[in-house]
Ligand binder design. Structure first.
Ligand SMILES: [Zn+2]
Length: 354
């Protein structure tokens, strides 16, 4: 899905003012400030009933709107919530986005243009709700599958909608499985049903077939690359993770905790080439011909660049130009052609293929 740019209240929507109306404007401004404070308190009040939610966000954008548009929408009639990437269900670990549209009338009851809030994004995780202005996420049950309720409050009118969060079945999902820091932990013994060897490294069989073809086709065009890391067991991931934490601290964003790596699924390929000293996985890889070729062609083989500069906040991993994820040709084409930003968002669309 393409991300929509949502407009802030624009200057053209403001009415021309004359000198005589200054008193009225000042009064409205005062009321707007009071209303903003009141909303803030209302939302904090909501949190009092909801120990699991964590409201780290400020309400500046809602208050900004109140300041500039209070003369436009004075009486709220209803709030519509538009889910941008889903209707009523999501996979664990996926990201949900929505906007609220506020309908109402002006101070003299005149019709006014509805106001669209800026986009609100939440991660339907029961552990770390990533709250944005105006949202409260309530886990209705403690585990998966479960539901969350999102409440949007504005001028004291509140509207709720509910998502069902489904637990993933890794074995049946195949290459469309989503694994990240928030999905349920892969079993200590989980490994791909079948693997194959690509330049001496093990990788899931289908991903490996596609990868061998990709490496061969690139070579035909004069671009060389090789697989540095494919399938990794839980225990190998565990030692890599411990090492990363020992050297960079608990908040490091390079190595996945054991049970949370795509490499354990067998669908991740860390690629490098001879231009990189000792094949180290570094950001310099993006300067190579191999990376440029992959960026243009990898989706034809079912691979996508998983951790980009644009999705760091969503994935909570550093930019990794070497890490390509196999999701199958059909999904990879769709992902690239539709301009998706992250697998978290992409896989949250309900899809029969699951
Ligand atoms: Zn990797």
């Amino acid at each position: 899905m393409k991300k929509k740019k949502l407009s802030k209240p624009s200057a053209k929507r403001r009415k021309k003012r004359n000198n005589a109306s200054y008193i009225v404007i000042l009064s409205l401004l005062f009321m707007a400030i009071m209303a903003g404070v009141w909303i803030h308190q209302t939302l904090e009040g909501d949190l009092g009933n909801n120990a699991a939610a964590n409201i780290g966000a400020d309400y500046s954008s809602a208050q900004e709107h109140l300041m500039s548009n209070s003369a436009l929408i004075a009486n709220i009639e209803h709030i519509e919530i538009i889910a941008l990437n889903n209707t009523d269900s999501a996979l664990e670990g996926s990201v949900l986005s929505f906007v609220a549209v506020i309908y109402g009338t002006g101070s003299r009851g005149e019709p006014v243009e509805p106001f669209r809030t800026s986009e609100v994004t939440i991660e339907p995780s029961f552990y770390l709700p990533n709250l944005q202005p105006g949202s409260v996420v309530i886990p209705a049950s403690g585990g998966l599958p479960g539901t969350i309720e999102v409440l949007v409050g504005y001028y004291g009118i509140r509207k709720a909608f509910t998502y069902t969060i489904k637990r993933q079945d890794y074995t049946s999902l195949g290459p469309s499985a989503l694994v990240n820091k928030y999905t349920s932990k892969l079993d200590i013994n989980a490994r791909p049903a079948m693997t194959t060897n690509v330049n001496g490294k093990e990788i899931e069989a289908r991903a490996g077939e596609a990868l061998m073809q990709m490496i061969a086709d690139a070579k035909d065009e004069g671009v060389k690359m090789y697989l540095s890391s494919g399938f990794r067991s839980f225990s190998l991931q565990s030692s890599l993770y411990d090492r990363a934490v020992a050297s960079s601290g608990a908040n490091q964003n390079a190595s996945a905790p054991p049970g949370h790596s795509e490499h354990q699924l067998g669908y991740a390929a860390d690629l490098t080439c001879n231009e990189i000293v000792e094949g180290h996985l570094t950001v310099e890889f993006e300067q190579t011909q191999a990376f440029k070729w992959l960026l243009a062609n990898s989706h034809r083989y079912g691979y996508i660049l998983r951790y980009t500069r644009e999705n760091i906040a969503l994935t909570e991993y550093m930019y990794e130009p070497w890490h390509f994820r196999y999701i199958g040709e059909e999904l990879a084409f769709q992902y690239v052609n539709e301009g998706w930003r992250s697998l978290e968002e992409f896989l949250s669309i309900p899809r029969e293929a699951f």
